[in-house]
Design a protein around this ligand. Sequence first.
Ligand code: NAD
Length: 425
Amino acid sequence: MNARTARIGVIGLGYVGLPLSLLFEEAGFPVLGFDVDAAKAEALHRGESYIRHIGPQRVAGAFARGRMEATTDFDRLRECDAVIVCVPTPLGKHPEPDLKYVRVTAEAITRTLSPGQLIVLESTTYPGTTREEFLRRFEDAGFKCGSDVFVAFSPEREDPGNAQYQTRNIPKIVGGIDEQSQKAAVALYSAAVDRVVSVSSPEIAESAKLLENIFRSVNIALVNELKIVLDRMGIDIWEVIEAAKTKPFGFMPFYPGPGLGGHCIPLDPFYLSWKAAEYGVWARFIELAGEINTSMPQYVVDKTLKALNESGITMKHARVLVLGLSYKADIDDDRESPSYEIIERLDELCESVSYCDPFIPVSKKTRKHDLGRRSVPCSAEEFAKYDAIVVATAHSVFRDPALYDSAKLVVDTRNIVHSPRVVRA
Ligand SMILES: NC(=O)c1ccc[n+]([C@@H]2O[C@H](COP(=O)([O-])OP(=O)(O)OC[C@H]3O[C@@H](n4cnc5c(N)ncnc54)[C@H](O)[C@@H]3O)[C@@H](O)[C@H]2O)c1
């Protein structure tokens, strides 16, 4: 690893895999990125980035130095000394883990597996996946782990758009199947990230990632529930949190919102509750948090309709503007965003629903949603046209108070608009 001659393969060049590929390239390694989406490989070769917070200069630099390539040809996995898997791990309809991307990838790797290769899974998943989906296939193909090949799990902790913590300075948990796999995986990541945290098995590493996400989901559910309770009592949850967080120990602030979004927090906890059922145990906190968090978009819709009613506007004649399609501030990631559900529910009840999001000028077709509309301009003149404005995302641009000078009614789920015409939701 010290010589930086090992070729690193990264499968899945998305929010996790692309920055990881760039990190290894920047650390001096030759990197071969794999994706099923040919458009992504082509864009990268042209020096373009399809992820907003990853600048095209970084991509162009990596390709100009000649150390990085991107391909859809999975036979080239043979050329890699280490292969890191960053493919999606979504939920099915029920909502059960959908491991199809992981399985297809494990099969592709098994077909080309070569002696000495290190395979690391990074995709978030339930404990046991690395062993069941990778190790088992490799052993069935006649490879012995720890001598012929090496296998580990290392969870990604990417926080898109976070200026302080990026792939390099976020500590990396690594859990190998055996001692040799552990050594190989620790050596790999130590060459590119500041701190590697070695744990005793892939299951510990898989579970640690789920604990991190469940911790967030449960705490967000707690403040979302308190928001409803305190609102009924006429108490402002935001001021309560500001007061509570002055405690210098034993408290960590979480903030209410319109519902969970992103690839991780709304989905990953259910990977564990699903697996727990196999062992006859019920992860009640996970289910309860899921129930509360998924009810939030409807709460926002109800609050909006009530506020419209109180302003004397019938909902079927109301024109509503939703601010923000991204699930969090100042990024262009709209996966699992609660804004979609808010818009679709309002669509059924109101005269018209528009959205404004400078990060997403045209709505994308997703697995579940297809709004088929464009962002309206972000201006006070535009905002004045609507009967109600629902603030769903705290993009910095939406914090300008002048935008709301002539707004008739603002329903704010993020506590960023401060004027007498604001209703908190
Ligand atoms: N986005 C995050 O902030 C984040 C943080 C921590 C963990 N994770 C986890 O990392 C994993 C990847 O998430 P992501 O956000 O990068 O997803 P993503 O959707 O941004 O990227 C996944 C990429 O994999 C590609 N892909 C799909 N099937 C493939 C296959 N069979 N072979 C090769 N490529 C394939 C897709 O085209 C896409 O480019 C998930 O398990 C997720 O839970 C994500």
